[in-house]
Write a protein that binds this ligand. Structure first.
Ligand code: GLC
Ligand code: CA
Length: 533
């Protein structure tokens, strides 16, 4: 098999509101992404996924779409998008858009029609239900952002379903016209030349046809957030969703399945591994990459990480390509979770495991969660369930490009505060520092590009010392060992015979020779890559 770009490449997620402002409104825009393409090329990534750019009232910052086939004026115009795509392609960078099929904005014209009367032709494009006999919502389903997932509509005397905000009514994907319209929206962007989509909440798209109550969650604690009162067995992950994923895949494949022109679909799915694997496809192919989010929350402990990786590898269906993620616009940043030294080790892990890595903007700077004072909160999730640390503003702050007042992100007050340490934690400064995490990321990305063992090589766990996660990556005669010390003590790792004669390719600390008498000496919190022969 010849590996495709989305298998060997690295994806970089851009949160467009926070990447680069060019017109002085404090919000990032498409021209800003275009301005920073050369940075992304020099960083060494292969594709960018841009969170939603469509016209939107921005109640959920673009995940509430009011028109699937245009660009929000805050981000620019369709012509700006075409320019961005052309400029990216000229640099051999791929562009993935964020497709939000589960729900629209309540201001989408389809919903305006649907709610206008019970006999409107688009009534069944959304999910309308009569109240329970006592007037209560039709069932006990809870919104992921807290509260009932059903909103009463006075005018037509029924409830509509929203898995997220009431401003995000769920589409009824059982309706053939909805399917056609949404497939049309995908084609609109494929026709313009996009290289693929990240599909928002793919596992939410179909709900049990008879809407039974979800079972109560015996492990529920209020600190988890209200959505966890019930287990979402009937409101998510229904078997019929796989035929929708297969249709989307067929559309993507019709634009390109092989070679440089291959398109890719990545599904956002938060499910246990056995359920997740189903999204690669069952009878028919599903999405190319069902996002594997396990590293975000996993205990940072060598033995359990080794088991997690082995179990994931073992669970992959034949031919399925793995993928790994450390963070995204919804979850705590890796530097906040693991600390600055282990964020470096995590970078090595992400970029040396087998499979496609997705990097979250700013993680290459070791950006941490930014403290948001109560007056600065923007995320509806935090506003609805305050104080539970569920809010996502801390991980969506502007990219710090330089040490100037607004960090080169904007010329005015940015929509969210900058990281307090932006005068030193910024691209311009860190790109010059040999020991910065940015330099580490650039070196890792360059190494990945040079070593087939890292992109398409086999993966084998090695016996580690205490606190050490160690594995081999091998392609033909090229054999590498990655050893990650996740703890605060130095460790001695006995190397296999074939690796006694080896040299260091990279260390997260400094590249001094770490091998002595057939053993690898790891300092505390050190990750290394060595090459045999
Ligand atoms: C996805 C997005 C998240 C959004 C939600 C509702 O989980 O990543 O940001 O709030 O869907 O669209
Ligand atoms: Ca702007």
């Amino acid at each position: 098999m010849t590996a495709l770009w989305w298998q060997t490449g690295v994806i970089y997620q851009v949160y467009p509101r926070s990447f680069q402002d060019t017109n002085g409104d404090g919000l990032g825009d498409l021209k800003g992404i275009e301005r920073r393409l050369d940075y992304l090329v020099s960083l060494g990534v292969d594709a960018i996924w841009i969170s939603p750019i469509y016209p939107s009232p921005m109640i959920d910052f673009g995940y509430d779409v009011a028109d699937y086939c245009d660009v929000d004026p805050r981000f620019g115009t369709l012509a700006d998008f075409d320019d961005l795509l052309a400029q990216a392609h000229q640099r051999r960078l791929k562009i993935l858009l964020d497709f939000v099929p589960n729900h629209t904005s309540d201001l989408h014209p389809w919903f305006a029609e649907s709610r206008s009367s019970r006999d409107n032709a688009k009534r069944d494009w959304y999910i309308w239900r009569d109240p329970a006999p006592d007037g209560a919502p039709p069932n006990n389903w809870i919104s992921d952002f807290g509260g009932s997932a059903w909103e009463w509509d006075e005018v037509t005397g029924q409830f509509y379903y929203h898995a997220f905000l009431k401003e995000q009514p769920d589409l009824n994907w059982r309706h053939p016209a909805v399917q056609l319209a949404m497939y049309g929206a995908m084609r609109f962007w494929f026709d313009r030349g996009v290289d693929g989509f990240r599909i928002d909440v793919l596992w939410h798209m179909l709900k049990a046809a008879d809407f039974p109550d979800n079972p109560a969650n015996p492990a529920y604690q209020p600190a988890m957030g209200e959505m966890h009162r019930v287990i979402q067995v009937h409101s998510t992950d229904q078997p019929e969703v796989h035929s929708i994923a297969a249709e989307m895949r067929a559309i993507a494949d019709s634009y390109g399945a092989q070679g440089r022109g291959a398109r890719v679909l990545i599904g956002e799915i938060y499910l246990p591994v056995d359920r997740l694997m189903q999204y690669y496809g069952r009878e028919r192919a599903g999405v190319h990459l069902p996002f594997n989010f396990q590293l975000i929350d996993a205990p940072w402990e060598a033995r359990s990480l080794a088991k997690l990786i082995a179990d994931y590898e073992a669970a992959l269906p034949p031919g399925a390509w793995p993928n790994w993620v450390l963070g995204n616009h919804d979850r705590p940043r890796v530097a906040a979770k693991r600390g600055q030294t282990q964020a470096r080790v995590a970078a090595v892990l992400l970029l040396t495991l087998r499979g496609t890595p997705t990097l979250y903007y700013g993680d290459e700077l070791g950006l941490s969660d930014v403290e948001i004072s109560s007056g600065q909160i923007r995320d509806p999730r935090e506003l609805r369930e305050p104080g539970l640390a569920l809010g996502r503003d801390p991980v969506r702050t502007p990219m710090p490009w330089d040490k100037s007042e607004n960090a080169g992100f904007t010329t005015t007050k940015p929509w969210l505060p900058l990281n307090a340490d932006h005068s030193t934690r910024n691209v311009a400064q860190m790109i010059e520092e040999p020991q910065s995490i940015l330099t580490l990321y650039r070196r890792l990305l360059a190494l990945r590009r040079d070593c087939l063992a890292l992109t398409i090589g086999d993966f084998m766990l090695l016996d580690g010392a205490a606190d050490v996660l160690a594995y081999e990556r091998r392609h033909r005669a090229e054999r590498l060992i990655v050893a990650l010390n996740l703890g605060g003590n130095s460790q001695r790792l006995q190397l296999p015979d074939w690796a006694h004669d080896c040299r260091i390719l990279l260390s997260t600390i400094d590249d001094t020779e770490p091998v002595e008498g057939g053993a690898l000496l790891l300092r505390s919190n050190e990750g290394v890559i060595i090459k045999a022969g």
